[in-house]
Design a protein around this ligand. Structure first.
Ligand SMILES: Cc1cc2nc3c(=O)[nH]c(=O)nc-3n(C[C@H](O)[C@H](O)[C@H](O)COP(=O)(O)O)c2cc1C
Length: 202
């Protein structure tokens, strides 16, 4: 069975994005083991000169390395991702490179109609940075709009169409993970390039 990390893209105590990942964990438990990962205890990124990352970041990075893929669910703050999410990603690209060639599925939830669409676009761009270089599932979006009203009292998604769409996207993600696993030729180069990349030399 595939093992995925469900990265909760916020440090908020109450989060509909966390609820969405919990729903996926439950709904897809026959197909995959999804472990939720919280970013709330990660310190603020401060570019330490020795490049020693905090233990909590190291432990999380190791889990990401071991996983077959990562599902990131992002809220939308001011048309972008929350500071706590980009903070985590900054650490994950600073002397450690757990996202290089890692299959990633992006989901998101927001209170309004757009369902975090702008944040998701930004997240795609961020994950394409030279020291992150994830393999992001292309041409797919799961936008959960009006997320405060989207769950019933058992924390299940109420709208059947949404559940079906999410299921189909998740099934595609399982295929995408297999495809990415075949893209091995350039993996060594990609890893080396991320490791040797320096913003001072471009
Ligand atoms: C500081 C702040 C900025 C926000 N900006 C946006 C925004 O640009 N677009 C949007 O659709 N929702 C915005 N919202 C509302 C979000 O839809 C909502 O906070 C979040 O996406 C829901 O995710 P959560 O339930 O996981 O916290 C904002 C909320 C906050 C607190």
């Amino acid at each position: 069975m595939k093992k995925f990390i469900g990265l909760v893209g916020t440090n908020a105590d109450h989060s509909t994005n966390r609820m969405l990942l919990q729903f996926m964990q439950k709904k897809f438990k026959q197909q995959a083991d999804i472990e939720l990962m919280e970013i709330r205890d990660i310190p603020i990124f401060n570019k330490p000169e020795d490049k020693v990352v905090p233990n909590i970041v190291k432990e999380m990075a190791e889990k990401i390395e071991q996983a077959d893929g990562v599902i990131i669910s992002t809220p939308e703050y001011d048309h972008s991702v929350p500071a706590s999410l980009i903070n985590a990603l900054n650490w994950f690209s600073y002397g450690i490179f757990p996202f290089v060639d890692k299959p990633v599925m992006i989901t998101g939830a927001s209170y309004g109609t757009l369902g975090s669409s702008r944040a998701q676009l930004h997240l795609r761009q961020i994950l394409d940075a030279p020291e992150l270089k994830a393999r992001i599932m292309p041409s797919s979006e799961f936008l959960l709009s009006h997320s405060l009203q989207a769950f019933d009292e058992n924390s299940n998604l109420k709208d059947n169409d949404q559940v079906e769409k999410l299921t189909r996207l998740f099934e595609d993600f399982l295929v995408f993970v297999e495809l990415v696993n075949q893209l091995t030729h350039a993996h060594g180069d990609n890893k080396k390039e991320a490791e040797n990349f320096s913003w001072e030399n471009i």
